[in-house]
Design a protein around this ligand. Structure first.
Ligand SMILES: [Zn+2]
Length: 79
């Protein structure tokens, strides 16, 4: 299905983890899950990106063009 009137409904970019897979984020308010672009240059999207590929999970926040990886292996201060 093609978006009417040229509205961008997907944001696609290469994952910053470097293994070469593509992240596709839905921007369509009528689909779920849905992301919001708060700023396009530098790019800020919300909520965090959580993509699962065969061998790993890529979970990060993209804010003002800066990638912050989210730990997904338990609480940070469990020592
Ligand atoms: Zn990745």
């Amino acid at each position: 299905m093609v978006a009417p009137r040229g509205i961008a409904t997907w944001l696609a970019f290469d994952c910053p983890c470097g293994i070469g897979h593509r992240i596709m984020l839905n921007l369509d308010a009528f689909r779920y899950p849905r992301w919001t672009v708060h700023q396009s240059n530098p790019l800020t999207v919300w909520p965090s990106v959580d993509d699962r590929v065969a061998v790993r999970r890529c979970h990060f926040v993209l804010r003002r063009g800066v990638v912050t990886w989210v730990r997904d292996d338990g609480p940070v201060d469990e020592s």
